[in-house]
Design a protein around this ligand. Structure first.
Ligand code: ADQ
Length: 472
């Protein structure tokens, strides 16, 4: 689309997220275009957006640049500017080096810096102000994720007429860990500005309500929190999902099927293809999984002439120190495994450090025999669900960490404790060698779960709960 600027933005449904759902495309002749990014959240919210004159408030991804609102694909896009320093302090700093590790069981040590916090407050206020400016009287506003936890309360103060929902895509930690945060009270109160606070799992709801009981002067009855001013916030679990049918159709399309066969051929027609797909992140357990696989091959329990592990890792947060180290560690680990047990033309690990289009992902999922998902902690993990949606037939296996939110619903996966390398090894072997009837039965159950609960159902359930007037 060309992106024409609407004179006056006013919307009855507003999404507020760190990033906008559009990417800029620069053409060779110098003209600029925007394209909707194909993420699940956008897919789920598009119908609601169109029906309600929706607007999306978020950062466009380039620092030090101010853009006017514009219309794209029926959605009003409201860009929020960030300076380079704010990107470093609010986004890379407080969001990704303080909150991210703290909320993921401190698997890396969180860093606490007062300047980062100040930037987080400042940027959250800017998002809240933009949302307040574009919302109609009585509009519904849906705030997304850990970067914007102060927005609900700020927005309620500015616009008490709004109906405010919040969804946290990552885990909410146990009180004992959350208490480390010097700004624990502000974050808790920020979230409580919502009418409805959504978490991935019931366990997160419990962590949150326990925290509120301990730290806030509010009345907590089951999942309802009543604040001294009478405002009622409800906390509830909404496990997120994917566009299951969309993925299946893609996997069934002729070009993707052909590509799947080609991938298999290029890998040397292995008997067993293992697959890992992740953002390159220390919470995903990539090292543990490769170590386990490497040992199986070194010990002769897997034959490197017959098996291959394809690990795809999307570059992520490359300006944050922890992520740079992780990349080096994985480069080294892959090099060591391939150097020690590889043969000419048969590297046991094929490692791709890049991002791919959805078609390529669908081809990989549809042909992989064993999908290996081993996060040390994960809010949900959509990759596990994408594999189930794309992988047809009776042969195939999902190895899944019990610390991924997805394990709560995908009960028929081969479960592992990602901290237990021997457990991963034994389960990878089982997933290869299990009886075909067992594999078929497990896959059928997983498929039912993923197709019964897709992203549209997730969004509809959240929004209809948000619509209901909650009373204390
Ligand atoms: P993420 O931590 O990013 O999401 P995940 O849920 O697995 O984790 O989603 C990753 C997405 O990126 C998937 O849709 C996947 O297909 C895609 N992807 C990964 N590697 C890719 C590559 N190399 N090329 C192209 N695409 C790639 C956060 C939380 C999760 C939660 C989601 C949604 O950390 O726990 O499930 O939000 O709420």
């Amino acid at each position: 689309g060309s992106g024409t600027a609407p004179a006056d933005v006013s919307a009855s449904f507003v999404v507020v997220a760190n990033r906008l759902p559009v990417d800029r495309v620069q053409h060779p002749d110098g003209t600029v275009d925007w394209r909707t990014s194909p993420g699940g959240l956008v897919t789920a919210l598009e119908p609601v957006m169109r029906k309600n004159e929706g607007a999306w408030v978020g950062w466009h991804g380039a620092p030090d640049e101010v853009l006017d609102p514009f219309e794209e694909d029926g959605i009003t896009i409201v860009p929020v500017p960030l300076s380079s320093q704010e990107v470093a302090e609010y986004y890379e700093g407080f969001s990704n080096a303080t909150l991210w590790p703290l909320y993921h069981d401190v698997v890396a040590p969180p860093e606490f810096h007062r300047e980062w916090w100040d930037a987080y407050v400042r940027v959250n206020r800017r998002f809240a102000e933009r949302a307040a400016a574009v919302s109609d009287e009585g509009a519904t506003v849906w705030v997304q994720d850990y970067q914007l936890q102060l927005v609900p309360q700020m927005l309620r103060t500015m616009r008490p007429d709004l109906r405010i929902g919040f969804f946290l895509h990552i885990p909410f930690p146990p009180v004992e860990l959350f208490q480390q945060l010097p700004w624990r009270r502000e974050i808790t109160e920020g979230l409580l500005g919502s009418d409805l606070i959504g978490f991935q799992l019931p366990g997160a709801v419990q962590n949150f309500t326990r925290l509120v009981r301990q730290r806030v002067s509010a009345e907590v009855r089951r999942d309802l929190v009543t604040l001294p001013d009478g405002h009622v916030a409800r906390a509830k679990a909404y496990p997120i999902s994917i566009d299951s049918r969309g993925f299946r159709e893609l996997a069934r399309s002729a070009p993707v099927r052909e590509r799947a066969r080609e991938i298999r051929r290029d890998l040397g027609d292995p008997e067993v293809m293992f697959l890992g797909v992740d953002r390159l992140d220390y919470t995903k357990g990539i090292k543990q999984r490769l170590r386990a696989y490497g040992e199986l091959v070194a010990e002769g329990r897997l034959d490197p002439d017959k098996v291959v592990f394809v690990q795809v890792a999307t570059p992520s947060r490359e300006r944050v120190d922890q992520y740079r180290h992780l990349r080096d560690e994985i480069d080294m680990l892959v090099g060591r495994i391939n150097g020690e047990v590889g043969r000419i033309g048969r590297p046991p690990v094929v490692y791709l450090h890049s991002s791919f289009p959805r078609e390529e992902m669908a081809a990989l999922y549809s042909t992989a025999d064993v999908m290996v998902v081993t996060p040390l902690r994960d809010g949900m993990n959509l990759v596990a669900k994408e594999y189930v949606a794309c992988h047809e037939g009776d042969e195939g296996a999902l190895v899944l960490s019990e610390f991924a939110g997805a394990a709560y619903e995908l009960k028929q996966a081969y479960k592992i404790n990602p901290y237990d390398i021997n457990d991963i090894k034994a389960t990878l072997e089982l997933a290869c060698r299990d009886a075909p009837t067992n594999k078929a039965r497990r896959l059928r159950a997983l498929r039912k779960q993923v197709f019964d609960n897709d992203i549209t159902r997730w969004a509809d359930t959240f929004l209809s709960d948000l619509d209901q007037k909650v009373t204390g």
